[in-house]
Design a protein around this ligand. Structure first.
Ligand SMILES: NC(=O)CC[C@H](N)C(=O)O
Length: 250
């Protein structure tokens, strides 16, 4: 039986996450209303524009259900704006701030790497991803007006960091923030995964596979807690040669 993953579909790159899930034989379900979270075991919060996404989430009364989902310990992966959503604290916000879902013990800077024009791609060393999912020791990091994580709590595992580009480095606003050489761009805290970049825009499926493995582990734990036997069904892996259904960077 294929895994079913919820994808918050208010705004941003949710179609790309749905396509990335299809490429590895998992089923994505678009989530726009609180009741659509019921019965789901895991959720991806995509990148986009976090203020707009927060306004839409508020309009649909999604915040309480999203917080409940996270605090129930169900696997949640935030990419870019999704990472901002999951952070306990965000800086660099528009005046008045914005509502966050929270749960991830970190401070995130919303537009750390600058404006849309300072978007960039880089090869990121990701030893944990290579260890768990095989393949290259690096992954392609697509950073689009990207946030960065400035501080993490003691239970947060840092999965990737990245040098601060010189264009950002030393740039005024919050001196102690920009004086760092490197910033954190991928973390895991228990069943929460967060990346400041966009794996769904690349052909590297390892982040989505890692998230599915988290989902599977969490379901196995729930079943074990209920003293039920766990089925060994694996999600069907679709051939790598399958034509891609949305444009991505190869
Ligand atoms: N690509 C992205 O998701 C960018 C997020 C953006 N920095 C924000 O504040 O929402």
């Amino acid at each position: 039986m294929a895994a079913v993953v919820g994808v918050l579909a208010l705004q941003g790159s949710y179609n790309e996450h749905m396509a990335a899930l299809r490429r590895i034989g998992a089923k994505g379900v678009e989530v726009r209303k609180p009741e659509q979270l019921l019965g789901l075991d895991s959720l991806i919060i995509p990148g986009g524009e976090s203020t707009t996404m927060a306004k839409l989430a508020d309009y649909h009364n999604l915040f309480p259900a999203l917080r409940e989902f996270v605090s129930a310990g169900k696997p949640v992966w935030g990419t870019c704006a999704g990472l901002i959503f999951l952070a306990n604290k965000a800086v660099g916000q528009k005046s008045g701030g914005q509502e966050l879902v929270g749960g991830l013990d970190c401070t995130v800077h919303r537009n750390f790497f600058g404006s849309q024009l300072q978007s960039f791609e880089t090869e990121l060393p990701v030893p944990m991803l290579a260890e768990k999912e095989g393949g290259s020791l690096t992954c392609r990091g697509v950073f689009i007006r990207a946030p960065a994580i400035l501080e993490v709590g003691p239970h947060v595992e840092v999965l990737a960091d990245c040098p601060v580009p010189t264009i950002t480095s030393g740039k005024g606003l919050e001196d102690e923030v920009y004086s760092k050489d490197r910033v954190i761009v991928a973390v895991r805290q228990g069943d929460i995964l967060a990346t400041a970049f966009h794996p769904e825009l690349t052909s590297d499926s390892r982040w989505h596979r890692l998230f599915l493995a988290m989902d599977k582990d969490s379901q196995a734990r729930s079943l074990a807690a209920l003293s039920l036997s766990v089925s060994s069904s694996e999600p069907e892996i679709v051939s790598k040669n399958k034509p891609l259904d949305l444009p991505i960077f190869e």
